[in-house]
Design a protein around this ligand. Structure first.
Ligand code: SAH
Length: 213
């Protein structure tokens, strides 16, 4: 596993592209400027790693587009020490961004192959999420709730109720909702029963799958 000055230079260019596209959160930009995204992809595709594009990984899944990762991370407004739940660990790239932001990360993946591979890989890279779990993200992870924020990194046909109920008061859920494309949606929990909802335009994700374990 190699990370060179050439990779660092390409990362800097990617960060500039994200700034041009409107990403402002410095901590998010610094995380993306630091994480060796090329190592999260198969070695043959290294040259694509610092383009602002989604890319195929194992088990027919994708590593999200850097702009999407940055956009969702910015919406979460992570503070150091926050407990954050991620649905769809995938390659672990978004997990690594959350770790760089100082979050205590809990992440769920429903593809066994990816779960195993990414768990090993993140620890090799030195990232220490609090908990990686193999299971169904529609249910959230009630054992460790409530969370300061929850991020869903697959397209949800509807908003799963358990995710809303596992947010603490003031907590934020960032979730792409719909079939194709999805609408990036933010829910902020105002009280036990009240949620404020805001929408942020179209994005494209692989689907959040149900009942497939
Ligand atoms: N955050 C990832 C994005 C991966 S794509 C990254 O940066 O690489 C979305 C991921 O969600 C896939 O790995 C897919 O297997 C996973 N997924 C789909 N449905 C799920 C479910 N119900 N529960 C948990 N993970 C799910």
């Amino acid at each position: 596993m190699k990370d060179t000055l050439r990779h660092a230079g390409k990362r800097k260019q990617l960060v500039d592209v994200l700034i041009q596209k409107g990403i402002k959160d410095n901590a998010v930009l610094m995380a993306i400027g630091k994480i060796p995204r090329h190592l999260f992809m198969d070695s043959g595709f290294e040259d694509h790693a610092y383009q602002d594009k989604a890319f195929p990984i194992a088990a027919d899944q994708t590593i999200s587009q850097p702009y999407t990762v940055a956009f969702q991370s910015e919406l979460l407004q992570v503070k150091r020490g926050d407990k954050v739940l991620e649905i769809g660990t995938g390659s672990g790239y978004q997990t690594a961004v959350l770790c760089e932001l100082g979050a205590k990360v809990y992440s769920i993946e429903r593809q066994k192959e990816l779960f195993k591979k990414t768990k090993l890989f993140l620890s090799k890279l030195g990232y220490r999420p609090k908990h990686l779990s193999f299971g169904d993200g529609y249910k959230g992870l009630v054992e460790h709730a409530p969370y300061h924020s929850i991020i869903v990194t697959a397209g949800a046909p509807y908003v799963p109720k358990p995710l809303l109920s596992q947010l603490q008061i003031g907590g934020r859920l960032v979730i792409p909702v719909g079939d194709d494309p999805q609408i990036m949606t933010l829910f902020v929990r105002k009280s036990e029963k009240e949620f404020e909802k805001r929408e942020f335009g179209e994005f494209r994700f692989v689907p959040l799958l149900e009942d497939k374990n």
